[in-house]
Design a protein around this ligand. Structure first.
Ligand SMILES: C[S@@+](CC[C@H](N)C(=O)[O-])C[C@H]1O[C@@H](n2cnc3c(N)ncnc32)[C@H](O)[C@@H]1O
Length: 197
């Protein structure tokens, strides 16, 4: 049976809508930490001109494969097993990299590996889009985000909500230049970067 993440069902349409301007030109996109794969399946179904590559660690692969094969979309190839901390880096031929709800979920060194992996996979001027909850100027943006942060840090003290400005600085260290940020439903944000060099 396919695993279902309820938050994906709630947020997939606004995410796809916000990403559309970056996708309409087509090309190849890589998703890091796809989880169930619901975002990728939804986006690939709406954007047939885009080739969407799902990926996640081995533990997530069975669920991801179930969503991908059930979708039967020609622009959604089988998912890759890709642990950003240790697997062979993807080839540098992606026009975009997307990741949702990963930067707060993993520890600091994994965030760095993820940014490194994203930057390494992108062609010059390719897009990096990071969706999820972020703090702004050191502050939580909702009580729900504060509660999520407490839960994450209880599980792994090195994880937790990142400050948006901090992420922008870390991304710059990987030649990912900040372009814009957009408010999303449920106190989430979509951060857009472009690869320089
Ligand atoms: C909170 S889940 C988000 C899943 C999905 N993107 C979503 O929005 O529902 C975080 C994801 O990060 C993935 N992840 C954790 N460590 C990772 C690593 N080292 N490399 C790649 N993905 C990783 C997990 O397997 C998980 O699928």
């Amino acid at each position: 049976m396919k695993p279902v993440a309820e938050h994906c069902l709630r947020n997939q349409a606004p995410i796809a809508e916000a990403l559309h301007p970056y996708l309409e030109a087509g090309g190849r996109w890589l998703e890091l930490g796809s989880g169930t794969g619901q975002h990728g399946v939804f986006i690939a179904g709406r954007e047939p001109q885009v080739q969407w590559q799902l990926s996640d660690v081995a533990e997530a692969h069975a669920g991801l494969l179930a969503w991908q094969s059930d979708a039967g979309l020609p622009n959604l190839p089988p998912p890759w097993v890709l642990d950003v901390t240790r697997d062979e880096p993807p080839p540098r031929d992606f026009d975009g990299v997307f990741t949702a709800n990963t930067l707060h979920f993993v520890g600091g060194p994994v965030v760095d590996s993820l940014l490194c992996c994203a930057a390494g996979a992108l062609v010059e001027s390719g897009w990096f889009a990071a969706y999820g909850p972020f703090n702004r100027e050191g502050q939580y943006t909702s009580a729900g985000n504060a509660a999520l942060d407490g839960w994450l840090r209880g599980r792994d003290p090195d994880s937790g909500l990142r400050d948006e400005a901090e992420v922008i600085g870390w991304a710059a260290d990987h030649h990912l230049a900040f372009v814009t940020a957009q408010d999303m439903p449920a106190n989430n944000r979509l951060l857009i970067f472009t690869k320089k060099g």
